[in-house]
Write a protein that binds this ligand. Sequence first.
Ligand code: 6PG
Length: 477
Amino acid sequence: GVADIGVTGLAVMGSNLARNFARHGHKVAVHNRTYARTERLVSEHGDEGTFVPSESVEDFVASLAKPRVALIMVKAGGPTDAVIDELAEYMEPGDIIVDGGNSHFPDTIRRERELKEKGLHFVGMGVSGGEEGALNGPSIMPGGTKESYDRLGPMLEAISAHVDGVPCATYVGTDGAGHFVKMVHNGIEYADMQLIAEAYDLLRQGLGASAAEIGKIFEEWNAGDLESFLIEISADVLQHTDPQTGQAFVDVVLDQAEQKGTGRWTVQNALDLGVPITGIAEATFARALSGSVPQREAARAALPGDAGTWDVTDRDAFIEDVRLALYASKVVAYSQGFDQIAAASAEYGWNIDRGAMARIWRGGCIIRARFLNRITEAYERQADLPLLLADPYFTEAVGNGVAAWRRVVSQAALNGVPTPAFASSLSYYDGIRAARLPAALIQAQRDFFGAHTYHRVDQEGVFHTLWSGDRSEEKQS
Ligand code: 6PG
């Protein structure tokens, strides 16, 4: 075969990645279950580079130069397994199968193990940036063997987004590491989106501002520390008018947020690892709350608010408070997400470089933001930084906003405006910095009802108090 790489699954993401490879001078084998789609890609975009179309999987594999690289861009789950099986039938030891879908990382670990037995490399690869990113430069998070990256890496780096000349693609770690990092990226995406939505709601309810006015405020924010793709598109969306009704577009959209599952997976994994990613969890649950239709109906009619009427006197000061609270909450969400990456890296033996992850998220992906440079710098200062929030840059940046954060969260509570992500992030901030937590009482309760034992602040060892006896203390080990 002659093709440098093959893409099977030519829906929008697959087609756009194939075109991106072709535009960078790679010969691209293309295949789709229904051949019409392959023909359409070649007839519409054949002039962008060299495509090698195939009708059958066998021909597709045969059209690839050895060691072969085949990128699968089909639906996660069963369809991905089916395509892997078909490809594996025709591939030879040393060949590389890449899954660029949003697969769940445990599936990737399993698939890698199965294919390794056949001598094949399997690369679970996170791709972010949607349709536009796939075509013009996504952020790419590949796992699998280092050996496979040697073959694949240069092509991925070429087609990825670049920031300051640096590609937004790098080797993440073995087996499921790439899909894991993409999953956490999406969890952070959920938190970012929820925080922006809460900021919008606060400005709307606090100031009585229109959607378009808030869009303008976001535009101004986008010129500062909060500069990011999500703030930018939010500013755009908020200034969009629904052509049918002439109302603000955001006011005609049903307020029930959906999800495809990556945020949920992030939270599930955090529970397994015992990592408190409260911002991402609140964001995920906020979507669930919005979709709890019968509950919302029952509550709307029945639950008293007993809330004040929000009367903001200094408009500019309030806007600045919300901006600072948003920034601080955002740092918390990222700090938590990076904690989860560290925990998983240790648990699964991935050795993930967190600074490098922040670097490849600077461009191409949905959470791309100026602020990611600061995260990379923090991990450059200290690779094993125990808490991103405790890096001097962030300590100061968040510290400057703490008073504002408290004002915003307390005013929102007094006035009955829900801020699950703002408020829980502030609680996390206060919890993680507390000299002492009421967890001591939890331990005492556990020992009382279940003899679950406790440690003491002043002695080594494991202790139990004979609560229903004479209340003497036993040292158990
Ligand atoms: C990306 C996005 C992409 C997709 C999300 C949407 O990085 O390009 O994250 O993967 O838009 O899966 O997720 P929900 O449907 O769960 O909101």
